[in-house]
Design a protein around this ligand. Structure first.
Ligand code: FNR
Length: 342
């Protein structure tokens, strides 16, 4: 039950350490156009990401690992929110349920609550092909996320210290899984070098999981006596990470995430070239503080606001939004200039 306790602490500390608001998306500006030339009624939010047909570019990102009754309640309620709003949802790490089948109910509940929705499984980079298949079968997953969380593990007193072989395991899972695989970070971002390595072994969907929102270095530092404070500011901000990943290859589907909370940040992420946007900490906070009904309302508001912003920009669909012109200022401009990315 050590794992379950840790996962519950993650939820508490994620709420306590809060959102940092330094995702770099504040450096992105849209260019106002006085003749957008489209009608709000014709704005279409559907998108295809690596073979997944989605009615919305936003989804509930992985949060609910660990097993236990609290996980079951959270997964069930988040699945209801996903069902009621038509968005996709990823469950948190299923490793607890792979190691102890008594924990499977905590994850299966998501499929029971949303039988026809797009549901994404989740395991870490230590997973084998066999574990990946079991995680995917457990929830009849439409896709599987594999998370990379080196800094979290290093900050965690009981965390992994050996990161050898992850890339070849990912290659193997991708080859054998049978549903699309998404490789994601958990709030430290992905560099173009990492994305190039992943692409070289056949990965085609990347969730950048950038710096600027939930901070697992801070969360784990809350749980240890000797603090590794140097990791608290470690990571690639979300805006820069999206551009790093998008520029690697047009063959990739890039998902923007990390500190994203509002419709404007969602549209900015898509305008940087992301195809979808994951929200974790913000949805968790809304759910914990205001409840399920309010979370559902908020997701519906986000959809309305996305359409309003897209109308102002003259972007009738997500592929037009991804081509919208933007201006990049501040730290994000400097980051991308020094990295030789335009
Ligand atoms: C997470 N996240 C996460 N990611 C993952 O791949 N597997 C997991 O089990 C978890 N667990 C988890 C628990 C809690 C409480 C939170 C808040 C987050 C990371 C999450 O999916 C996301 O990558 C980061 O939180 C960054 O996005 P936000 O929170 O800034 O929107």
């Amino acid at each position: 039950m050590e794992r379950a306790k840790r996962k519950l602490e993650h939820i508490d500390f994620a709420l306590k350490t809060g959102q940092q608001r330094k995702s770099g998306l504040e450096d992105i500006s849209f260019i106002h156009q006085s003749l957008p030339g489209i009608s709000l009624n014709n704005v279409d939010l559907t998108v295809e990401i690596g073979g997944l047909n989605l009615s919305s570019p936003i989804f509930i990102n992985a949060m609910t690992g660990g097993g236990g009754l609290e996980t079951e309640k959270l997964n069930g309620d988040l699945a209801i929110a996903a069902r009621e709003t038509g968005i996709a949802m990823a469950v948190g790490s299923q490793m607890a349920a792979i190691k102890d089948s008594g924990q499977q109910a905590s994850f299966k509940v998501a499929r029971q609550e949303n039988p026809n929705g797009v549901l994404i499984g989740n395991l870490g980079g230590e997973a084998t092909v066999e574990q990946a298949k079991r995680a995917s079968d457990m929830i009849e997953a439409d896709a599987l996320q594999i998370h990379l969380n080196v800094i979290q593990e290093l900050t965690m007193p009981e965390g992994d210290r050996n990161f050898a072989g992850t890339l070849s395991r990912i290659e193997e899972i991708n080859r054998c899984l049978g549903v699309p695989m998404i490789v994601k970070e958990v709030g430290f971002g992905m560099s173009k070098e990492t994305v190039e390595q992943l692409l070289s072994v056949g990965v085609s969907i990347i969730d950048v999981g950038g710096f600027g929102g939930t901070n697992f270095a801070k969360i784990e530092n809350e749980r240890r006596a000797k603090i590794l404070s140097y990791f608290n500011e470690w990571g690639i901000p979300t805006a820069a990470s999206i551009v790093e990943a998008v520029n690697v290859s047009p063959a990739l589907s890039v998902i923007g995430s990390g500190g994203i909370q509002c419709p404007l940040e969602i549209t900015k992420s898509l305008a940087l070239g992301a195809k979808g946007v994951g929200l974790a900490g913000h949805f968790l906070k809304l759910y914990k503080e205001l409840g399920l009904a309010q979370l559902i309302k908020e997701i519906n508001y986000i959809h309305e606001d996305l359409k309003i912003i897209m109308t102002a920009l003259g972007a009738a669909n997500i592929s037009e939004l991804r081509k919208t012109k933007i201006v990049i200022a501040g730290n994000t401009y400097h980051w991308l200039t020094q990295r030789g990315i335009d």
